[in-house]
Design a protein around this ligand. Structure first.
Ligand SMILES: Nc1ncnc2c1ncn2[C@@H]1O[C@H](COP(=O)(O)OP(=O)(O)O)[C@@H](O)[C@H]1O
Ligand SMILES: [Mg+2]
Length: 263
């Protein structure tokens, strides 16, 4: 297996109230091509910062991230990023939002329409193509954002808590859609969540980040695929893995809180 993302001695600090805060400190990580890697960690531990850097939207303070061996210096067309907040364009309908990345790539209008329609259907938004973002519920916005990211079939997907705000039923549906798409395309996925059940259900590997982006757990998920969302949690491997990750998450939470108190 080859490495798609190589993170080397990555550090990132921000200045807040004249004080420098080190969000990521000398982080090292390799992501294997075609793998589904989940990053879990409490709020404030640096997950979004990490994805922003990997997406090429934020420069590191020191260290570097490589994509297939080349240093990342800006956004890349073959990497799709679903940000934590929806960034649909308010003046464009669902259909026109989903078509946008294809427009940027110079895909002709009829082909654009066809592909947008296919992905709109895939995320369950058929019939809502003509609506504008302000007319959509939170769940529909997420689906539209997901369709917009998937429409170019990126070889690598970065997803930042994509399903956090959705109700349980819809979350299960979209998790299943994502898994079935991934099993067909074998894209490399870096998926951020704070939900350990989701992490184990989806991932080949789950990392828990602590304060300073320190990796305090790095566990392979050996549960067989396809995974059944409803039954998986009763398997003994699930329970023991969940417990180990839970302990790491609790440790991480107290680390992050201690760091916050110091600021
Ligand atoms: N642009 C910024 N300026 C100052 N501080 C920031 C900035 N972005 C993030 N931070 C701080 O960095 C820490 C990590 O943030 P973030 O990466 O969003 O964490 P997470 O996604 O894990 O919740 C937080 O303490 C946050 O306040
Ligand atoms: Mg975040």
């Amino acid at each position: 297996m080859s490495t798609v993302i190589h993170i080397e001695q990555l550090s990132k600090s921000f200045v807040r109230n004249d004080q420098e805060i080190a969000v990521l400190r000398n982080m090292n990580l390799d992501i294997e091509s075609g793998s589904f890697v989940v990053i879990a960690g409490p709020s404030g531990c640096g997950k979004t910062t990490l994805l922003n850097i990997v997406a090429g939207l934020l420069p590191p303070s020191s260290g570097a991230v490589y994509y297939k061996g080349a240093p990342i210096s800006g956004p890349r067309l073959e990497v799709g990023y679903l940000t934590q907040k929806d960034t649909l364009m308010p003046w464009r309908s669902v259909e026109r939002n989903v078509e946008m990345p294809l427009e940027i790539r110079g895909v002709a209008a009829p082909e654009r329409r066809r592909r947008a329609a296919e992905f709109i259907r895939l995320v369950g938004l058929a019939g809502f193509e003509k609506l504008y973002p302000h007319e959509l519920s939170g769940g529909m916005l997420r689906r539209a954002s997901l369709a917009r990211m998937l429409v170019t079939m990126p070889e690598t997907l970065l997803l930042d808590e994509p399903f956090a705000a959705l109700d349980a039923q819809l979350r299960l549906e979209l998790q299943n859609e994502l898994l079935s798409l991934w099993s067909r395309q074998r894209s490399s996925v870096l998926f951020v969540t704070h939900d350990l059940e989701e992490a184990i259900l989806l991932g080949d590997r789950v990392l828990v980040l602590g304060a300073g982006g320190r990796i305090i757990a790095d566990e392979p998920v050996t549960l067989p695929r396809p995974r059944d969302v409803f039954h998986i949690r009763f398997r003994p491997e699930f329970t023991s893995l969940h417990r180990r990750l839970w302990d790491a998450l609790m440790e991480s939470r107290s680390q992050v809180q201690r760091q916050e108190v110091k600021l």
